[in-house]
Design a protein around this ligand. Structure first.
Ligand SMILES: C[S@@+](CC[C@H](N)C(=O)[O-])C[C@H]1O[C@@H](n2cnc3c(N)ncnc32)[C@H](O)[C@@H]1O
Length: 183
C-alpha cells in the first residue's frame, strides 16, 4: 500500500507503544471505542484484545481495506470516512487514537462539542498541544497530559516527541445542560 506525504499521516505507532497506550487508557471489555485515523491498526489490535467494541475510522481507501482484511467484520467495524465528518455514536463512547496532527484541534472541538456523547478520549498529539489543553481544557471536560510518547515510538520517527492527551467528561459537563447555557 503506497502511502506517502503529510496529508495521510505517515508516522505509525510501533506495536509495543500502541499496546502501552491502550493499557494506559484502561479500556474495559464491552466499551465502545473509536480509533480515529486507524491507519494499519496499531491501536485497533490491542483495543480488540481488550475486548472493546472497536470502530476503526480511516479515510485512506487502501488502509481501510487493509483494516478489513486484518480484522474481519466480526471484531471491528471499519468505516472509510473523514474523522471530521463521520457520524459520532449516539450513546456514550470512548476514543483511543493517534489522529493526523493537522486535524487534531478540529477533532478535539468536534469530540467535545455539547452534542457529543464522548466520555473519555486518549489522543496521541504533539506534546505542546497536550500541554495547551491541560492548561485550558475544552468546556465540560478535564484535560491531562498522560504518557510521554517519544519520537522513537513511531515509524518513521517524527522530529519531536508526543504525549497522550486525556480528555475526560467532567460531572458538571454532563450532556443536557440547560438550553440557556452557552458554550
Ligand atoms: C498518524 S497516522 C496514525 C495511524 C495509526 N493510528 C497508528 O497509530 O499507527 C493517521 C492516520 O489517519 C489517516 N487520516 C488522515 N486524515 C484523515 C481524516 N481526515 N479522516 C480519517 N483518517 C485520516 C491517515 O491515512 C493515517 O492512516
Amino acid at each position: 500500500m503506497a502511502v506517502a506525504g503529510r496529508r495521510w499521516g505517515r508516522h505509525l505507532l510501533r506495536s509495543t507503544w500502541a499496546d502501552r497506550i491502550v493499557r494506559g487508557a484502561g479500556v474495559r471489555a464491552g466499551q465502545l471505542v473509536l480509533d480515529l485515523g486507524a491507519g494499519t491498526g496499531a491501536l485497533t489490535a490491542p483495543l480488540v484484545d481488550q475486548g472493546a467494541r472497536t470502530v476503526a475510522v480511516e479515510l485512506h481507501a487502501g488502509r481501510a481495506a487493509g483494516l478489513r482484511r486484518r480484522f474481519g467484520e466480526r471484531s471491528v467495524t471499519v468505516i472509510e470516512a473523514d474523522i471530521l465528518s463521520v457520524p459520532l455514536p449516539g450513546r456514550p463512547f470512548r476514543v483511543v487514537a493517534n489522529p493526523p496532527y493537522a486535524v487534531g484541534a478540529a477533532l478535539v472541538r468536534r469530540l467535545t462539542d455539547r452534542r457529543s456523547h464522548l466520555v473519555r478520549a486518549d489522543l496521541v498529539v504533539p506534546r505542546w498541544m497536550a500541554r495547551r489543553y491541560e492548561a485550558s481544557p475544552p468546556r465540560g471536560f478535564s484535560a491531562l497530559v498522560g504518557q510521554h510518547v517519544p519520537a522513537r515510538a513511531f515509524d518513521p520517527a517524527p522530529r519531536s516527541d508526543s504525549a497522550v492527551l486525556i480528555l475526560r467528561r467532567s460531572v458538571a459537563g454532563r450532556r443536557r445542560r440547560s438550553p440557556s447555557r452557552r458554550r
